[in-house]
Write a protein that binds this ligand. Structure first.
Ligand SMILES: O=C(O)C(=O)C[C@H](O)C(=O)CO
Ligand SMILES: [Zn+2]
Length: 314
């Protein structure tokens, strides 16, 4: 009974002989380290509220997003978002042709769009022969249909860290880089409520067209610890949060659950949390932090949120 809630994890290993699961063919691309595909099933709120700490972490936490020299991928059945990190070292990292087995397509992005934000050193991303320099705090949107995509760190000593969200796409929109200056900023909150922060909306309709992906980065000011409180749900979209810019001993208490059944996850630097539509998503840190949010689902209206009154939270 317990087994059915354990996440299926496949390890793509360097060597084909080392595969232990026939369903997952080991990668054959240029990766020189392991690639992980972690499949997460959707979860009902009635089930989620019964979970203990371990159960909540298994369902919602992505504890390792970056692997030096390689790529991690987590495939959530919630709106079929794929979340991951790419950290090239000396060699370029590519999407293995084998990933098409998981999407049921000839190649990974055949029917998918992807957005990424670089939180590390300078990167060069090549998309079907087009070369993009993606510096720290810059984003790249790659439209569906891109076949040959390679990610490189300009310096292996200061590797790029490309955090990405990918979603199914019905058409192909142009691939484009977005700088921090081009990301539509919105400053919210007050120092006296410890929630002064700027939301940089990189991948939103007034910056560029996408099929369903929305993506941005929220920076908390020094001394501010809370994001999104009062909080909200959005029945029409799911969201993933990725926390970073944190010292190794700092934590964020990420709030989740239905507004009347709240729970929390202790989240550390460079970890992500899957937030189903029925869940609030907010966090309070032991220090200021930055996070990247990504949303997919029914619409692309950023303010389409179901606000929760503070008096309704339990
Ligand atoms: O700090 C915030 O508030 C946010 O960054 C809000 C998130 O982007 C969000 O939850 C959007 O739905
Ligand atoms: Zn939200």
């Amino acid at each position: 009974m317990k087994q059915q809630f354990i996440n299926k994890r496949a390890l793509f290993l360097e060597n084909t002989e080392s595969s232990t699961d026939d369903h997952f063919t080991p990668r054959t691309g240029h990766l020189d380290k392991e690639t992980i595909l972690d499949i997460r099933q959707p979860i009902h709120s009635d089930h989620a509220k019964t979970l203990d700490t371990t159960g909540l972490r298994q369902q919602f936490l992505l504890d390792t997003v970056f692997q030096p020299g390689g790529m991690t991928l987590t495939y959530s059945h919630i709106d079929r978002i794929i979340v991951g990190g790419i950290q090239p070292a000396e060699a370029p990292v590519v999407f293995s042709p084998e990933l098409g087995k998981h999407t049921g397509t000839e190649f990974f992005l055949a029917r998918r769009e992807i957005g990424l934000i670089n939180i590390g050193g300078d990167a060069v991303v090549t998309v079907d022969g087009m070369r993009f320099e993606v510096l720290r705090e810059e984003a790249l949107y790659i439209g569906a249909g891109a076949r040959d995509v390679a990610f490189e760190s300009v310096s292996a000593a200061d590797p790029a860290k490309l955090y990405f969200n990918s979603a199914p796409a019905h058409t192909s929109y142009p691939t484009r880089k977005i700088t921090l200056e081009q990301a539509s900023p919105e400053t919210l909150g007050e120092p006296k409520t410890s929630n002064r922060r700027t939301i940089y909306k990189y991948i939103v309709p007034n910056v560029l067209p996408t099929c369903q992906l929305l993506m941005g980065m929220t920076k908390l000011e020094e001394g501010s610890l809370w994001n999104t409180m009062p909080c909200h749900t959005h029945e029409r979209r799911m969201e993933v949060y990725f926390y970073f810019n944190m010292k190794s001993d700092a934590v964020v208490f990420h709030m989740l659950g239905q507004p009347q059944e709240t729970r929390h996850l202790v989240v550390r630097n460079e970890q992500a949390v899957i937030s189903p539509s029925w869940s609030i998503h907010s966090g309070v840190g032991t220090q200021a932090y930055t996070f990247i949010w990504g949303m997919v689902g029914e619409n692309q209206v950023f303010p389409d949120m179901d606000h929760v009154k503070m008096t309704e939270l339990r």
